[in-house]
Ligand binder design. Structure first.
Ligand code: NAD
Length: 281
């Protein structure tokens, strides 16, 4: 193969294709609010046709309308629901290019391993892990059957998956399992040009994190408070905590062809937190 050189022509081509997801079709689970909603807006701004799949019907419908997309009620713990969300994308546009398997829940689950609430742990697995399995399985089927141009599957894991000090045993297990699943799925699906990656945020002031902070005794916590707490605690970036947009931009990169040679990767969006300190009280 000839070596590639930067030319005026390919720079011009890049400038003219500012829509990084032009005509791509995406399904986003957990897209009604938080990280998923931010990704849905960013994907649509970049030219994607987006199906939002969530259990929060009112919020999900509002977000979908605002971006010219579709909403479908989908409990990711139910395989049929996830298949229906993918089928909606296929019947709408005829193909699927991007799956952002993002729906997830946090605690409470009991902070000590000695008092772990097993029903809660099973519930966490049914949504966080099984929901992700359903997403990868049905997105991969659609992408393989479809236009044969491959696709990008992105799963929202968590920095918690590689940390041990959060006292979130069940949640941590579900996210660590997602990391493993992403690696094994990527190994199989590469031959179909389907890339499978994780994004692993930390400390994003979404509703999920705010309610977790309240459970940990920070009753009056605000989004700004979360940013300050995480930023001052362990982010390597002085005073900066994560935003939902930071995570959405990472998802956009992995969804776009710019990341065409990246698969089986776990992209941490943690301000370096996991390199700094893994304890949290
Ligand atoms: P969020 O609570 O704002 O969003 C979660 C979304 O998932 C909601 O829209 C919710 O309705 C949806 N959802 C929950 N259960 C569902 C189900 N059974 N079926 C379909 N949808 C369901 O929180 P978020 O922070 O935006 O969370 C998004 C993802 O990011 C989750 O997977 C979460 O574990 C992960 N994450 C978040 C953080 C953080 O700091 N906020 C850190 C690491 C990972």
């Amino acid at each position: 193969m000839e070596p590639q050189h930067v030319t005026d022509q390919n720079i011009e081509t890049q400038k003219s294709s500012t829509k990084r997801l032009a005509d791509k079709v995406a399904v986003i689970t957990g897209g009604a609010r938080g990280i998923g909603a931010a990704a849905a807006k960013l994907f649509a701004e970049n030219g994607a046709h987006v199906v939002i799949a969530d259990v929060l019907d009112e919020l999900g419908t509002t977000v979908a309308k605002s971006i010219g997309g579709h909403y479908i009620h989908c409990d990711v713990s139910k395989e049929d629901d996830v298949e229906s969300a993918i089928n909606l994308a296929l019947s709408w546009k005829g193909h699927l290019d991007i799956m952002l398997s993002n729906a997830g829940i946090g605690g409470p689950e009991g902070r000590s391993i000695t008092t772990l609430e097993m029903d809660r742990v099973r519930h966490l697995f049914s949504i966080n892990l099984y929901g992700t399995i359903h997403g990868i399985k049905h997105a991969a089927r659609a992408m393989i059957k479809g236009n044969n141009k491959g696709g990008s599957i992105i799963c929202t894991s968590s920095a918690a998956s590689i940390m041990g000090g959060l006292a979130l045993h069940g949640y941590t297990m579900t996210k660590a399992a997602i990391d493993g699943l992403v690696r094994s799925a990527a190994c199989e699906l590469g031959e179909h040009l389907i890339r499978v990656n994780c994004i692993s945020p930390h400390g994003v002031p979404s509703e999920m994190l705010l309610s977790a902070c309240r459970r940990f005794g920070h009753d009056d916590i605000t989004p700004q408070g979360v940013k300050e707490m995480i930023g001052s605690r362990a982010s390597l970036l002085k005073g900066k905590g994560a935003t939902i947009e930071d995570v959405a931009h990472a998802a956009l990169f992995l969804a776009s062809d710019e990341s065409g040679f990246i698969t089986a990767h776990n992209l941490l969006i943690d301000g370096g937190h996991t390199s700094a300190d893994s304890r949290m009280s």
